[in-house]
Design a binder for this molecule. Structure first.
Ligand code: 26Q
Length: 800
């Protein structure tokens, strides 16, 4: 045993220091007597990486020996953010690293800032994958994450004159110490059936493994990302033509498949490259999974006892047809026997309620790129419709609604495809669109509801270390970091003035950090006495950033029209917005511009001073969130009721003791059940009231104060009259997202927040109760439910 332990790298500050210096000298190739912050970051991360690799090898070996049922998590998107802090915290070596560095003359926090943000995803769904993979590792589940190693992650947002511009995010430019290239783990991926492609020859998937350490465990699991490269097979014929240069250049085109992440534009679909990415991903992942299965089994009938596949939304749906193809075409299974197996291994989670979000693939495209898969889908659909006829008779309307192949035979509804094939569908909301109801009536047992969650390791321990220490002090334990239910223990101290004082101090320090960042980004100085009111998330009409901005205009207008003596009663506000608009989403881009135009007017107005400031934080991403969330007093989650499938941002704010101003939509409904509606500011139409509101005449919907602020924008008070016209027309003529009808109630909720903020004791108590009630919104809880109710897997803990 001693010998075993001896093999491990040591974690005392002296040993760490030695390793850091060695990496600076031999990995980074800098002098150990002269290196800068970035090189120190590199030396440190390579030292951390070595420690990850030790645990990762042990875990993988242990899994192989135990051969438990494994869960394979398939997602086209992961928003991992930075890895350094998270890794050293999960490894339990934070203090040791900080000490090692300080002796070398470096500060840990400064080095952590050197790391870029891994943004291989768009928004909620992608960050959810990252949180869930952290929980899977921490809770010792035998899990693998699979994804794509895009060379360009989500675009960087640059704001010029208030307009969003997109720039490529070449996140690999400065190297990536968190991945391990597996040059020998490669799989060929075949498109166009047997026929070779005209512009490049073969494509191969190469594995890049990212070790994911659990917290408080030795378990370190794998996030395997695939990159596309030209295949090694030599195409002698093209060389013989003498056109060697062109042959090489063409081969290089294979890499385009994994070159860029598609921005979430739910209407931008049916693109060939996107379909190629999806199949490339699915094909490599399934080959890898089957290879691993075959390493220790020779009978596919036990596949469902050893393998569960989780599809993150419809994006990796082709996996179902792909497994059928392998079983039938390559393993020579009879169709029904293959089908039985396939039906037992897949589960699928949907992350959207907006029905335009349904992914459809043009049949022509699928037929030319993946002819065999189209055949398989036709066959699946034929059998399915036959079975349906037996159950519901010849109700042709319903049969065509439920068919995988759409009437008119142009599109494949992959959501249906999933519903038909999966043994389980996980929905994020209690209600789902009309199509899914047809399925629910026939197979209610296939539906499960799961409340999303976020990881408290990243969202408290990494991003808010002072709150973390305070919580541990008052609970008398750090056990809540693995067992988040313990946070409820804070409830009994919520009224304790000592805790309240310390709580306020921690929050103040976080606000200072945020204020410094705001000043550095935008030049705006903000007062720490003001309420920091934050809305950060992707810009989308249904999320109603426009409602927020119109509310700010209203506040501005009120302050302007007030007597000097009344101004003294106004609760000062710093309104903070941030988020990216999909590059082709015009309305969302106009909302960003409007925010800047309004900010310019307000921030320069000496009548207003510190009473109201508006700042837009550019290039919102995971690292920015880590800084902004702990500094927020109030956060807004104000989607039109019924349109946000869940929402996970709200959970991060809640954990950090930020109060929520929200509509009753998605996760905020459950949050209010957990912490009590009296501890948040709820407003707006409820889901069941929305249909009637849509029926109302536009005029009747519009509240007077609303008409006034829209008029200000329309009349050019903030300039850019023509540019903003379509935004004004939309909310006045049609108002699909019900801004007019919710505006009055929104202002009331804002007034209630102001009132509560004046009573700092009350506010702080509400804040403590928010953190105390956030345990249910940990991804640990979600993952445990999946493991137990959906996947049927057990923990497999690698011994120390
Ligand atoms: C589709 C086709 C082509 C290109 C891109 C896409 C695409 C990409 C990403 C479509 C949708 C997405 C992302 C969806 C998403 O993030 N949904 C969010 O999921 C969260 C986690 O469940 C929920 O909390 C949010 O409510 C939901 O909006």
């Amino acid at each position: 045993m001693f010998e075993m332990m001896d093999r491990f790298l040591k974690n005392d500050p002296i040993s760490l220091q030695k390793d850091i210096l060695n990496h600076v000298e031999y990995t980074v190739a800098r002098s150990r007597f002269n290196f800068d912050d970035f090189e120190a970051y590199q030396g440190l991360s390579h030292s951390v990486r070595d420690r990850l690799i030790e645990r990762w090898h042990d875990t993988q070996l242990y899994f192989k020996r135990k051969d438990p049922k494994r869960i394979y998590f398939l997602s086209l998107e992961y928003l991992m953010g930075r890895s350094l802090s998270n890794s050293i915290i999960n490894l339990g070596i934070r203090d040791e690293c900080a000490e090692a560095l300080s002796q070398l003359g470096f500060e840990f926090e400064v080095l952590a800032e050197q790391e870029g943000d891994a943004a291989l995803g768009n928004g909620g769904l992608a960050r959810l994958s990252a949180c869930q993979i952290d929980s899977l590792a921490t809770m010792d589940y035998p899990a693998w994450g699979y994804g794509l190693r895009y060379q360009y992650g989500l675009f960087r947002q640059v704001i010029l004159d208030g307009y969003q511009h997109e720039q490529p995010d070449y996140w690999l430019n400065f190297g990536n110490p968190w991945e391990i290239e597996r040059v020998h783990v490669t799989y060929p991926v075949k498109f166009y059936g047997a026929v070779e492609e005209e512009d490049f020859n073969g494509v191969e998937a190469v594995a890049y493994d990212n070790p994911i350490p659990g917290y408080g465990t030795r378990n370190t699991i794998t996030l395997r990302l695939w990159a596309a490269k030209p295949s090694d097979l030599h195409d002698m014929e093209s060389y013989n033509t003498g056109d060697y240069i062109n042959a090489v250049v063409n081969r290089q085109k294979a890499e385009t498949i994994s070159s860029v992440l598609y921005p979430d534009d739910r209407s931008y679909q049916g693109k060939e490259l996107r379909l190629k990415q999806q199949y490339f991903f699915v094909s490599a992942s399934i080959q890898d999974i089957i290879r691993r299965f075959k390493d220790s089994h020779d009978n596919f009938d036990v596949l469902p006892e050893k393998v569960a596949l989780q599809l993150n939304d419809t994006h990796p749906s082709l996996a179902i047809a792909e497994v059928m193809r392998i079983l039938v075409d390559e393993e020579n299974f009879e169709w029904n026997r293959a089908w039985d197996i396939v039906c037992k291994i897949f589960s699928f989670t949907t992350h959207t309620v907006v029905s335009e979000g349904l992914e459809k693939i043009p049949i022509d495209l699928l037929g030319s790129l993946l002819p065999r898969h189209l055949e398989i889908i036709y066959e699946i659909n034929f059998n399915f419709v036959e079975e349906l006829k037996k159950r519901i008779g010849l109700d042709y309307d319903r049969l065509s609604r439920m068919s995988i192949i759409e009437e008119g035979a142009v599109k494949v509804l992959l959501k249906h495809h999933d519903l038909v094939n999966c043994y389980l569908l996980v929905v994020m909301v209690g209600t789902f669109d009309g199509d899914a109801v047809d399925f629910y009536e026939l197979w209610p047992q296939k539906f499960q509801y799961k409340t999303n969650g976020v990881t408290q390791r990243r969202w408290i321990v990494v991003s808010n270390p002072s709150l973390c220490a305070l919580i541990s002090k008052w609970l008398g334990t750090e056990a809540w970091i693995r067992n988040v239910d313990l946070l409820t223990g804070l409830r009994e101290h919520a009224a304790d003035t000592n805790l309240q004082q310390e709580w306020k101090m921690v929050r103040k320090v976080n606000k200072m950090r945020l204020a410094e960042y705001i000043e550095a980004m935008s030049g705006v100085k903000v007062s720490l006495d003001a309420m920091f009111d934050v809305q950060i998330k992707r810009i989308h009409e249904y999320k109603r950033q426009l409602l927020n901005i119109l509310g700010i205009i209203h506040r501005y207008d009120c302050i302007k029209n007030m007597k000097e003596s009344d101004r003294r009663k106004v609760v000062p506000r710093v309104c903070i917005l941030g988020g990216k608009a999909a590059p082709g989403y015009e309305a969302a881009k106009k909302i960003i511009k409007l925010c800047h135009a309004v900010a310019e007017k307000i921030n320069d107005d000496s009548d207003v001073g510190d009473l109201l400031k508006l700042v837009f934080i550019p290039d919102y991403n995971v690292s920015v969130a880590e800084l902004v969330i702990p500094g927020a007093d109030l956060s807004q989650h104000v989607s039109t009721a019924g349109l946000e499938a869940s929402g996970t941002g709200s959970m991060k704010f809640l954990m950090n003791g930020c109060l929520l101003l929200a509509t009753a939509d998605g996760s905020t409904v459950e949050i209010s059940e957990e912490i009590g509606a009296e501890n948040m500011f709820l407003f707006g139409a409820k889901v069941h009231e929305v249909p009637a509101l849509h029926e109302k005449e536009p005029d009747a919907k519009v509240n007077l104060q609303f008409a006034r602020v829209v008029r200000m924008v329309r009349d050019g008070y903030f300039g850019f009259q023509d540019y903003f016209k379509s935004l004004c027309d939309e909310v006045e003529d049609n108002d699909f997202y019900l801004l007019g009808s919710d505006f009055g109630s929104y202002l009331e909720a804002q007034a209630a927040a102001d009132k509560a903020f004046v009573d700092q004791e009350k506010w702080t108590r509400m804040s403590i109760l928010s953190t105390a009630g956030s345990g249910r919104f940990s991804s640990d809880r979600t993952i445990e439910e999946y493991a137990d109710k959906t996947w049927g897997i057990e923990p497999c803990r690698c011994p120390f």
